[in-house]
Write a protein that binds this ligand. Structure first.
Ligand SMILES: [Zn+2]
Length: 88
């Protein structure tokens, strides 16, 4: 039996429910409501990193590209996770 947990996403501030059973893996996008919000959070984090470590004039363009690659990676990873979860 799973119990729906209520959690507030720190990105979109939306309260969402997730099904979680003790001892089971949390959803891959936790603590965010979706993969999209997780990507946004990682993108923000990357932005901060680039601002601190490198002040290149085209840093923003690089970050956009980085975000796109990251988003693609995250979505690909989630697909793999879904397949693993179904097997378990
Ligand atoms: Zn969200």
């Amino acid at each position: 039996m799973t119990h729906p947990l209520k959690h507030r996403c720190s990105i979109c501030r939306k309260t969402y429910e997730l099904e979680y059973e003790k001892g089971q893996k949390l959803p891959p996008h936790f603590p965010f409501c979706s993969a999209r919000c997780k990507t946004i959070d990682l993108g923000k984090w990357l932005n901060e990193e680039y601002r601190i470590s490198a002040s290149l004039p085209d840093a923003e363009t690089m970050t956009e590209t980085e975000k796109e690659i990251l988003a693609q990676l995250l979505f690909d990873m989630e697909e793999v996770d879904d397949i693993i979860n179904e097997d378990e």
